[in-house]
Design a protein around this ligand. Structure first.
Ligand code: AMP
Ligand code: MG
Length: 472
């Protein structure tokens, strides 16, 4: 039986310049690690056997109806503009319309070099593939807008990073792969006709109500600032918020050296290449506005009155800072059981974070313990905590159902860094059981489950992961 994917490929119908046609490169011995059946159903993809799935999702067999392409984009990487990036090791197979009528991209990542590969090998190793699979699916279960993982396969080939490592391919699903960097590539080339075509395509696909560049910018700013506030409320650090890793759809994309906070510290960063903390935990709130300013810059050539556009766009970005702050307060207040926060509730949140910071409290466990644990044990400054606790209790006295709100806002489980590393180490040895266990546990992150109690535990000093590597 062959796999039927009901493709309808709109991006591949766009003009030259948007992409390069590129078939995935065959690999030696594809084998399936995981196929996300629930997501496949959502996409109306109907099944086949594992070897056939492995051949398809490692890139050896091209599904009927696919028009494989590598997409073109530019981007600011750590603040430096690179006018030519593009998919160096990813191939968009095509798009499907899902059960809810939404257009979704299906992309292979690690499927061989493309014309945009520059000096890269076009490949991915098993570690980042499994990390992205687990973390993106966990983010989805945590209710965060994100790309999804449809499949992971081993290639049966080695890739060379510092050492030979097992190769793998991730199949990713996104509501599109349009990035801030996609606008930047045509703006940098001063190809304003193509830029206009991209605008029209993006508007049609994501923001049918946005008729002007101002409208589009405002919508994207709204989604991106809400997204980052939500990341922060879960202790998530993306790690590489380059403009090529920042979507127009508002979905989280490109899980590289991402990590969740263990001990709370606002300046925490994990990524070994983020030497100056540009993308540190709390810096994310500023960087997303910087990224939106780059999108604004790329949109200016599409306007008639450019002086007015600059003024309007500046206002939109300033207003986004307020959206972010309000959304941050709303999300963190909800973690404390406050349903309709007042501006002064931000102080109540900050004071708790301050106590957590000074005692290096575990972010996830401290918040959850306010609902169903012993929060006093999580905070080193007991006296300070007792004082805070009185204020908090006072504040939520009038709340109708603070417990329900807290239960839905404070996960029990997150993909902890040391568990991810442990899972990758096992998979490199050929044991995928930890990978499957993590996926099973993280499918219901807001529910305490006795089978997964061990995954709640914060790392010991020995277990703690201090750096994550792009090493992709
Ligand atoms: P990333 O850090 O994954 O967001 O990638 C940044 C840029 O480098 C993108 O243009 C990627 O396509 C490209 N890239 C990353 N790794 C590779 C690789 N192994 N081979 C070719 N291109 C790559
Ligand atoms: Mg990227």
């Amino acid at each position: 039986m062959t796999l039927h994917i009901p493709f309808d490929n709109s991006y591949a119908r766009l003009p030259q310049g948007f992409f390069a046609p590129q078939r995935p490169t065959r690999v030696k011995a594809p084998s399936l690690i995981a196929f996300n059946h629930a997501l496949a159903e959502e996409l109306q993809i109907h099944g086949t056997d594992d070897p056939a799935l492995a051949a398809l999702f490692a890139g050896n067999a091209l599904p009927e109806g696919a028009t494989p392409i590598a997409q073109n984009y530019a981007g600011h990487q750590f603040g430096q503009f690179n006018p030519q990036l593009g998919d160096g090791r990813a191939v968009l197979l095509g798009e499907v319309i899902d059960r809810n009528g939404l257009r979704r991209d299906i992309q292979l990542k690690g499927s061989g070099p493309t014309p945009f590969a520059r000096r890269g090998d076009g490949r991915a190793w098993l570690g980042p593939v499994l990390r992205e699979y687990v973390v993106s699916e966990a983010m989805h279960a945590l209710d965060v807008p994100t790309t999804r993982a449809l499949a992971a396969t081993r290639t049966g080939e080695e890739v060379y990073r510092d050492q030979p490592l097992p190769g793998a391919v991730l199949t990713r699903v996104a509501s599109s792969h349009i990035r801030v960097g996609t606008f930047q590539v045509f703006a940098a080339q001063r190809d304003y006709d193509t830029l206009q075509t991209l605008f029209d395509y993006t508007q049609g696909r994501h923001y049918p109500e946005a008729h002007t560049p101002s409208d589009l910018l405002a919508e994207v700013c709204d989604r991106q600032t809400r997204l980052v506030a939500q990341w922060m409320s879960l202790g998530f650090i993306h790690g590489v918020m380059n403009t090529d890793n920042c979507t127009l759809s508002g979905e989280t994309i490109d899980y590289g050296p991402c990590a969740f906070l263990d001990a709370y510290h606002p300046e925490k960063r994990f990524s070994s290449i983020d030497r100056f903390g540009r993308y540190a935990y709390a810096a994310q709130a500023d960087i997303i506005l910087w990224n939106m300013a780059q999108l604004a810059t790329a949109l200016v050539p599409l306007t008639d009155d450019q002086d007015k556009a600059v003024k309007d766009f500046t206002e939109i970005i300033h207003a986004s800072a307020d959206t972010l702050r309000a959304e941050w307060t709303r999300r963190f207040a909800a973690k404390l059981g406050i349903s309709e926060p007042e501006p002064e509730d931000a102080q109540l949140v900050s004071d708790l974070l301050g106590l957590m910071q000074s005692g290096a409290s575990d972010f996830t466990n401290t918040f959850r313990s306010l609902l169903d644990g012993a929060p006093r044990d999580q905070i080193a400054d007991r006296v300070g905590f007792d004082r805070w606790h009185v204020r908090w209790q006072e504040r939520i006295r009038s709340e109708p159902d603070p417990q329900a709100l807290m239960a839905a806002s404070n996960p029990v489980l997150i993909p902890r860094n040391h568990r991810i590393e442990e899972m990758i180490a096992a998979a490199v040895q050929g044991d995928d059981s930890l990978f499957h266990r993590l996926n099973a546990a993280l499918a219901n992150p807001f529910e305490a489950n006795p089978d997964f109690e061990d995954l709640r535990r914060a790392p010991t000093t020995q277990e703690e992961v201090t750096a994550t590597f792009c090493g992709t």
